[in-house]
Structures are given as C-alpha cells and as structure tokens.
Ligand binder design. Structure first.
Ligand SMILES: Nc1ncnc2c1ncn2[C@@H]1O[C@H](COP(=O)(O)OP(=O)(O)OP(=O)(O)O)[C@@H](O)[C@H]1O
Length: 309
C-alpha cells in the first residue's frame, strides 16, 4: 500500500550532527517523523537525546546538517512559535500563583489557548490561586504541561519531564498529554528511560546510541521487521544458519539460546520464531552497542511524498 501526503514532516533531520569541545554528541542523524505521531526517543545515558531535542527546540545550532520542523528551519521564528519544549528542570517562578503563571504564558505567546491550559490544571485539581512553590512535584509538572499545551504546539518535545513523579501521577500526566495531543493533532517526541511505559503510548520510535540513530520508524513496522528465535543450547548452531539474517543480539539462559534477528526469508518452526514485544526489541538494541541500524521506509528522510507500508 502506498500513502501519499503533501504535508511537511513534523520533523526532518538530514546529516544532523552536533559537536561539543569533547567530541561529537550526535553524528550524521537522518530520519523523518510524520505529523501527528507520538514518538518515543530512547537511548542510554549520554546517547544524545537531550542534544537532539535541544536542536529540535532551536536552542542549539547544528554543527553539521539540517533539522526542519514543518518544513521550516528549527531555529526560525515560525518553527519556534509552534514548538514547546519541556525538560526535567521545569522553569517556573515559585513565588507566582498558578493563575499568574498562565497569564505570563498568555502574554509571552502570540498563540495561546487559555481554555486548554485551564483544562490541564483543572484535570489535576490544582488550585489556581496556589503559589507554585507550595505545590507538589506532580502538581508543578502539571503547571509546566499547562504552559506547554496552552501554546497548542504543533510539536511538543518532552525531555523526561515526568522522571521525578510516582507511577500513578505519571500515568495521569501521560493520559492528559495523549488526550490534548489527540485533540489538537500535535506531534509529540518524548524521551524516556522507562521502556515499559512507552508500550501503548507511542506509535513511533527513535533509538539512539553513541550519538547515532540505531532504530527509527513506525513501532509496528519495527517490530514486524524482527523475530525472536530460540533453540536448546546444544542446537544453538541452528540460529546461526538462518537465511540471510541480521542478528541484533544472542543470549543464553536456562539451557536455551535466544537471538533477536531481522530475517530475510522464511523461518523454520524448529527455531520457534515469534514477534518480539517493544520492550524486548528496545532492550536488545540498548544492550548491543553496535546493533546494525534500521530506518524503516516511513522514517527515511526525503521519502515523505511516497511511503510504502
Ligand atoms: N553542554 C555540553 N558541553 C559538552 N558536552 C556535552 C554538553 N551537553 C552534552 N554533552 C555531551 O554530549 C553527549 C550526549 O549528551 P546528552 O545530554 O545529549 O545525552 P542524553 O541521551 O540526553 O543523556 P541522559 O539520558 O543522561 O540525559 C554526552 O557525552 C555529554 O557528556
């Protein structure tokens, strides 16, 4: 099936790189993120996630390549107006009341939807007249989300803003986020270390390791391109002889050898092929520093006019 779309990508990186004094934080990144997707950005500590999000937010200048949002350079006024960036350090004035904080949001942003911001605050029963400094961590996060969502951004960039919250509040915030993103057709990129929480919330994935993109694409496409195969340790050689495969990772436990592979041909039943879960796929790639990269057709930069799915 072929999808055709003339709308520009929410985000497109081509040969994107960023170098700090100590070396490259991000190198030669090329991928696209179609509009309206909820994208998980995954990678170990120091992989380059914050660098990529800061480049997308227009806070950093690329050392090489380009990054465009909705067809505009990420550092352009047009792109920045339609983008919201939320990091773990939420920049809020603790002495201000919640209502003052929303007023500042309204004054600073040419596009502002007070109703959206108030709805996000009300969903957490946060009092409008409370000073931000007296709120719990979860309530402060909600105020920061209200500020970001009040902009009704086309692209919402989240750099682990929920890392310090308990699982229940994280769930509530994720639900609020999904509801508002769906309501306005926003594209979301969220970096997270909590792999299990991404399942069900995200339909697109970018995994980076050592500053390079290792996986990018539609989650279903990425999962569909892999199989977990296994055999008793005594017959582990069966796994090495599969037709034209790429092996991501091989592990042995409890007398069985299991491998995550990208098969190119049909697999025989004696290696018990099954589709991996998203968590299995991510963990295998995170454990393997030099996992071979896979950018699916939907995520290939420059491929937006015609995408085969
Ligand atoms: N301002 C900076 N100056 C110098 N080096 C930096 C700077 N910011 C990041 N780096 C380096 O760039 C690399 C990527 O860092 P980055 O913060 O983007 O990774 P990350 O994936 O967000 O990590 P984490 O999961 O720990 O937040 C790291 O090696 C880091 O030390």
């Amino acid at each position: 099936m072929t999808n055709r779309t003339d709308s520009p990508d929410a985000l497109e990186a081509v040969g994107l790189g960023r170098r700090y004094r100590r070396g490259w934080a991000l190198r030669d990144c090329s991928f696209r993120l179609p509009a309206g997707r909820i994208c998980a950005l995954v990678g170990p500590n120091g992989a380059g996630k914050t660098t990529l999000l800061s480049l997308a937010a227009g806070l950093l200048e690329p050392s090489t390549g380009t990054i465009r949002l909705g067809g505009q350079a990420a550092r352009s006024a047009e792109a920045r107006q339609h983008t919201a960036f939320l990091s773990q350090e939420k920049a809020l004035y603790t002495r201000f009341r919640v209502s003052d904080t929303l007023r500042i949001g309204r004054e600073l942003n040419p596009i502002w939807h007070q109703e959206t911001a108030e709805r996000v605050i009300a969903a957490g029963n946060v009092p409008m007249d409370a000073r931000v400094g007296t709120l719990s961590g979860g309530q402060r996060t909600r105020v920061a989300f209200a500020l970001a969502l009040g902009k009704r951004p086309r692209l919402l960039l989240l750099d682990e803003p929920m890392a310090d919250l308990d699982p229940l509040v994280r769930r509530q915030m994720t639900d609020t986020l999904m509801t508002e993103a769906a309501r306005h057709g926003s594209t979301v990129v969220m970096s997270s270390h909590l792999v299990s929480e991404l399942e069900g919330a995200c339909d697109f994935l970018v995994l980076i390791n050592n500053g390079t993109v290792r996986l990018a694409g539609d989650v279903a496409e990425l999962i569909g391109a892999h199989r977990t195969v296994s055999a008793p340790d005594a017959h582990a050689d069966r796994l090495a002889k599969l037709p034209g495969q790429t092996t991501v990772e091989t592990r042995s436990a409890g007398g069985r050898t299991t491998a995550l592979i990208r098969p190119r041909g049909p697999l025989t039943a004696d290696v018990e092929p099954v589709l991996p879960s998203l968590e299995e796929l991510l963990l295998a790639h995170l454990r393997t520093d030099d996992a071979p990269p896979l950018i699916t057709p939907t995520a290939r930069a420059g491929a937006r006019r015609e995408v085969t799915v």
